[in-house]
Design a protein around this ligand. Structure first.
Ligand code: PMP
Ligand code: GLN
Length: 395
């Protein structure tokens, strides 16, 4: 019998799904997969529910309902002073994941090189490869996660078609600085390439950091597509509504790919998101403030328990290495990789995280784990209590 596609077949089930299933099986507190555990904003839910009952539920326009494209354009103007034509420069899709795939399908020609920055979100590599792209990986490492500029320069060539840039960055919590973005934009101009900017965490940025879309830098408006997600901005990950903004010479082929992947996205959810994006500034400030308080709650608690906690400037993920413990492998045994460590912590401590190695093609991070902190305070506290019992009981 002939075999299925070799690239897709070479990947297993995503680590997020695997660890969520394991957490359910062991009644573990799931700080693995990134999703909030509350209902989401009541008024946005209501807008989606009202639209379900009062508006048409047939195929909406392929690019997205006009109301949502208009509000995405207004959101670009309001937060970043980006001017776009909502008719030709916005595409709505079924989550950022779908739109990323649409971008890769639309822009990559087999043999094109694509610069990707590790650690990376799990869909980038398989989908770039499936589109025929040749990945050129540039690796960031803890604790600083600083951009290795020489490696970045070396990764670009005249064969480079595009770079994928995720800022604020999952899983590192890094927010790229203006200086780093300028460096990247110079490479984009020098090599005549495009950028797909995954900015799904644009409103989850902490302390004195601010999110700067690469698109706002000189010369970039013509070369950058930036993506947002209602899943992150409205804490409704199950809605799977994403939106992208770019120059029409890029959004036009991307829309053609989108029409062959999902074609349209549920209209009532689009109405809910359109309503959400018109919320007052206080809505977006609250999101930031609440997430920052949760970051601090988990970071402080883990630090007190002896974890090495890394800085987190944005997203809802914290990286930390647990303290050494005597419940791991015996001296002389094979060292425990972070997948095995997460498995052990799920089963024995009752808390689930994701090992950072999962975000690299081929690197063992030796104990750095990603913890998702967009959970109710009581849930974070219970996770800390379980860790205290687990590590406290270790001799
Ligand atoms: N990019 C990154 C960096 C993410 O963390 C996520 C969240 N899963 C996505 C894209 C996908 O977003 P969506 O759920 O809208 O597909
Ligand atoms: N983005 C989420 C995370 O990083 C999960 C997405 C997914 O489950 N595919 O945890």
């Amino acid at each position: 019998m002939k075999s299925a596609n070799s690239i897709i077949s070479s990947y297993g089930t995503t680590v997020f799904e695997v660890m969520s299933r394991l957490a359910i099986e062991h009644q573990s507190i799931n700080l693995g997969q990134g999703f909030p555990d509350d209902r989401g904003p009541e008024e946005v839910l209501q807008a989606g529910a009202d639209a379900l009952l009062t508006k048409p539920n047939q195929y909406p326009p392929m690019l997205g309902i006009p109301e949502l494209r208009q509000t995405v354009a207004a959101h670009n103007k309001r937060f970043y002073n980006i001017d776009v034509d909502w008719r030709s420069q916005i595409v709505v899709g079924s989550g950022a994941t779908e739109l990323l795939t649409a971008c890769f399908m639309a822009l990559i020609e087999p043999g094109d090189e694509v610069v990707l920055i590790e650690p990376l979100y799990d869909s980038y590599l398989p989908m770039v490869r499936r589109a025929g792209g040749i990945p050129k990986l540039v690796r960031l490492t803890p604790p600083e996660w600083s951009l290795p500029r020489a490696e970045m320069t070396a990764a670009f060539s005249d064969k480079t078609k595009l770079i994928v840039l995720n800022s604020p960055m999952n899983p590192t919590g890094k927010v790229f600085s203006k200086d780093e973005l300028t460096f990247i934009s110079d490479l984009i101009l020098k090599h005549d390439t495009f950028a797909i900017c995954d900015e799904v965490y644009e409103h989850i940025v902490f302390d004195d950091q601010s999110h700067i879309p690469l698109m706002t830098l000189p010369g970039m408006a013509d070369r950058v597509v930036r993506l947002g997600s209602a899943g992150k901005t409205f804490s409704l990950t199950g809605w799977k509504v994403g939106y992208l903004t770019g120059p029409s010479h890029l959004t036009s082929p991307i829309a053609k790919a989108h029409q062959f992947i999902v074609f349209t996205t549920p209209p009532n959810l689009q109405h809910g998101v359109a309503f959400g994006l018109t919320q007052d500034d206080v809505f977006f400030a609250d999101l930031k403030r609440n997430m920052q308080a949760k970051r601090d709650r988990l970071a402080d608690g883990l630090t007190k328990l002896g974890f090495s906690v890394l800085a987190c400037q944005g997203t809802y993920f914290l990286s930390a290495a647990p303290p050494p413990d005597a419940k791991g492998p015996e001296p002389g045994d094979e060292p425990e990789d972070d997948e095995a460590l997460c498995h052990r912590l799920t089963v024995e401590a009752g808390v689930t995280a994701i090992g950072l190695s999962a975000f690299y093609r081929d690197l063992d991070m030796h104990g750095f784990l990603r913890f998702c902190f967009c959970k109710q305070d009581g849930v974070l506290d219970e996770a800390l209590t379980r860790f205290e019992q687990y590590y406290g009981g270790v001799s």
